[in-house]
Design a protein around this ligand. Structure first.
Ligand SMILES: Nc1nc2c(ncn2[C@@H]2O[C@H](COP(=O)(O)OP(=O)(O)OP(=O)(O)O)[C@@H](O)[C@H]2O)c(=O)[nH]1
Ligand SMILES: [Mg+2]
Ligand SMILES: [Zn+2]
Length: 326
């Protein structure tokens, strides 16, 4: 029996497209694959998982590395799925089940425009929180920088630089790009090499334009993904990976754009604001949620200017919004 390894780049209706050495083979899942996943865990771990963890509904998703066997010239059967480095999921309805959208993502490329539309920093913070909660690297891209060359926008430009420097200071990488004059595109391309990246950001900021500028001919694939958003009763998110010539993968997933705060439990929010880290554990009460408690080390750091006030307000807003149990 010859087994071949590959990456699932598309999934629809029980058929998985697996990319291997430049060719794509449609595969089905071996019937008992799901059961085997469970058997691999010890009885003990299984019990703990069942008690503590949300049930995971998808044995194989886009991004999974799999081993398959050819059954015909045109089709294969997936017989094994390798352990995931990471997975991107969101809860389904109220239940304790979660819907895994993609596996093995490396980074979230969070795209905003310098203008048209103006960057909504509160929304940007939400994207960053989701990246942190999913353990994805966040790469922030501020596109349409060409619009900032207009002398009448000098004030706006200063404001934007100030706001994005705050993010750079706390350790996020920010790339300043323009698909109109090409600035920043080489850096962006270099940042995608060898990684699975997901582009997200509000509508109209230039995500598709950036992808097309990086790799002409991507046009079709990108808009295809954009079209298939809501299918059926639940929001079914169709994801696919697009191989880049530079040797990376891009996933342009519509569902990720409309993100709420899935995946983020309220008590985890504080660690999603990475600049809080040096102060965590120093509050007077160890169950401090950093909103109104006396002796709060986070709020003290804000007063001292050690934590950016706008970022703190973002935290406070999100902490109050996040329901106690998801
Ligand atoms: N001035 C300027 N315009 C740009 C730039 N990049 C994209 N645009 C324009 O911005 C508009 C939106 O670009 P898209 O690439 O469709 O944006 P998107 O983020 O993919 O939007 P959705 O698919 O709706 O989420 C288009 O009219 C682009 O021509 C840029 O760097 N500078
Ligand atoms: Mg688009
Ligand atoms: Zn506190």
């Amino acid at each position: 029996m010859v087994f071949i390894e590959g990456v699932v780049i598309r999934h629809s209706k029980g058929l998985y497209d697996v990319q291997t050495d430049g060719q794509v083979v449609p595969c089905r899942l071996r019937g008992n694959l799901k059961k085997e996943f469970v058997r691999h865990e010890s009885a003990n771990i299984r019990r703990i998982r069942q008690a503590k963890r949300k049930r995971v509904s998808d044995p194989v998703v886009v991004g999974d590395r799999v081993r398959f066997e050819r059954v015909t010239e045109e089709e294969g059967i997936i017989v094994e799925v390798f352990p995931r480095r990471s997975q991107f999921a969101r809860p389904v309805a109220e239940g304790r089940e979660e819907h895994v959208i993609m596996a093995n993502l490396d980074q979230m490329v969070i795209v905003f425009a310098a203008a048209e539309p103006r960057p909504d920093l509160w929304r940007l913070d939400r994207f960053i929180v989701v990246a942190e909660a999913s353990a994805l690297e966040a790469l922030i891209v501020l596109n349409k920088m060409d619009l900032m060359d207009d002398p009448s926008r000098e004030h706006e430009r200063a404001e934007i630089h100030q706001a994005f420097h705050v993010l750079e200071r706390i350790g996020y990488r920010v790339l300043y790009t323009s698909t109109a004059d090409g600035r920043g595109l080489d850096e962006l391309r270099a940042a995608l090499v060898g990684k699975i990246s997901v582009f997200c950001g509000p509508s109209g900021v230039g995500k598709s334009s950036l992808l097309n500028a990086l790799q002409p001919g991507l046009n079709l694939a990108v808009s295809e993904v954009g079209e298939v958003t809501h299918l059926g009763r639940h929001t079914t998110v169709i994801a696919q990976l697009i191989p880049l010539d530079c040797g990376g993968w891009v996933a342009d997933t519509p569902g990720i754009r409309q993100l709420g705060l899935w995946n983020v439990a309220p008590e985890d929010l504080e660690v999603c604001f990475r600049e809080f880290a040096p102060f965590l554990g120093q509050c007077r009460f160890n169950d401090c949620i950093h909103l109104h408690e006396p002796g709060c080390a986070i709020r003290l750091a804000v007063e001292r200017g050690e934590i950016d006030e706008r970022r703190y307000r973002s935290y406070a807003q999100l902490r109050q919004e996040t329901p106690p149990d998801r």
